[in-house]
Design a protein around this ligand. Structure first.
Ligand code: ACO
Length: 326
């Protein structure tokens, strides 16, 4: 059976670390509150001269090197992001230029924190249909540029980074076994950047009212996320005829340590089967899953034949899962 297989991974994190203690000097918060309510201790912040495609480029170069693949062999580049270099052209086109990937078409996917699984699922469909053989899928964000550093309810949450995977066509039993994508636009207003689009174009007023920054109804989002993700992971396992005990690794989107724990406990999974790095990087939206996957690969946590479940939840609302046999 023709499947898409992850051939390699790569990631890129900015050097600059912003700690909770530094944040507590900027807004009315404390290290204790942030750690207890979110699990985050620090996050990375991109240098001023970097854009999202720069992080995407570093992560992609590492994935290409790890696969030993020539850039000319890539026929499609998909970047999942909500913090692209510009609203037009796409960040994927900037990445294509940097990589000199002349044979690739390139486009972005916007599904907020679920963006990486949406992009992976799109690439999977193109590969399984036989239309594309090698696809580069990247999740990349510089959320610090869209963060309101005066709003303690959001500024403690987000961070910058990028992760990339190279997918290749493969005949066999391993690879991406399933993807499931869901949305509910009725709940669009739980997480949004109100201004800068066609509904509320950028103006002096929108800038003064800080409407170009991320706004989130955190507590409402939290409740929907826990409920939705619990059903999502159970359905994904059932769809693949697997029991929770057969799962080798859960790689969740890193939005909140309590959400991650709730999903793990719903499946009866011990936390040593869950990849958690939110303490170091915060919520990097579309980048969080490919960064966590790359860390798991590099640290030898993943072996051939392992069943790996990816899951995410984010603005839109959107939620998504992917089951992989490594
Ligand atoms: N420091 C100290 N106190 C704070 C802070 C802070 N940084 N932020 C909020 N508080 C206060 C609030 O003002 C409130 O005070 P009050 O009780 O006096 O009114 C109190 O803490 C509790 O606030 P809640 O919002 O109810 O806190 P909660 O426990 O829900 O935690 C959080 C907030 C961390 C945002 C949580 O709700 C969450 O993680 N939500 C889900 C996020 C998520 O999954 N988003 C989806 C992906 S994001 C994307 O797609 C881009």
């Amino acid at each position: 059976m023709l499947r898409a297989k992850i051939l390699s991974t790569g990631s890129s994190l900015p050097q600059r670390v912003l700690t909770n203690t530094e944040l507590s000097q900027m807004v009315d918060t404390s290290n204790e509150w942030i750690v207890e309510r979110t699990g985050i201790s620090e996050r990375r912040i991109a240098d001023k001269d970097k854009a999202t495609s720069d992080l995407a480029y570093e992560a992609s170069k590492r994935a290409l090197k790890a696969a030993g693949m020539k850039v000319s062999d890539i026929s499609m580049i998909i970047v999942a992001t909500i913090s692209g270099d510009m609203s037009m052209p796409s960040t994927a086109c900037f990445l294509q230029k940097r990589l000199n990937a002349k044979n690739a078409c390139a486009f972005d996917v916007n599904a907020a924190c679920s963006g990486f699984i949406y992009a992976l699922s799109t690439a999977n469909a193109f590969i399984r249909s036989g239309l594309h053989k090698n696809v580069l899928v990247v999740g990349a964000e510089i959320l610090s540029r869209f963060t309101d550093w005066q709003d303690r309810s959001t500024c403690v949450l987000f961070g910058d980074g990028a992760g990339a995977v190279l997918l290749g066509a493969h005949r066999g039993k391993s690879g991406i076994l399933s993807t499931h994508l869901y949305s509910d636009g009725n709940l669009w207003d739980l997480i949004q950047v109100p201004a800068g689009g066609s509904r509320m174009p950028a103006s002096k007023d929108t800038v003064e009212e800080r409407l170009h920054f991320i706004k989130m109804k955190g507590n409402e989002t939290f409740k929907v996320a826990v409920k939705t993700l619990g059903s999502l992971v159970e359905m994904t396992l059932r769809h693949n005829g697997l029991s929770p005990s057969q799962l080798d690794l859960l790689i969740p989107h890193q939005a909140n340590h309590r959400i991650i724990q709730a999903v793990a406990s719903r499946l009866g999974l011990s936390m040593d089967k869950v990849v958690v790095n939110i303490n170091k990087y915060g919520n990097t939206s579309a980048a969080s899953i490919p960064i966590a996957l790359d860390e798991a690969v590099c640290s030898g946590r993943i072996k051939k034949g392992d069943y790996i479940l990816l899951e995410s939840f984010g603005g839109g609302l959107t939620w998504a899962s992917a089951m992989i046999k490594w």
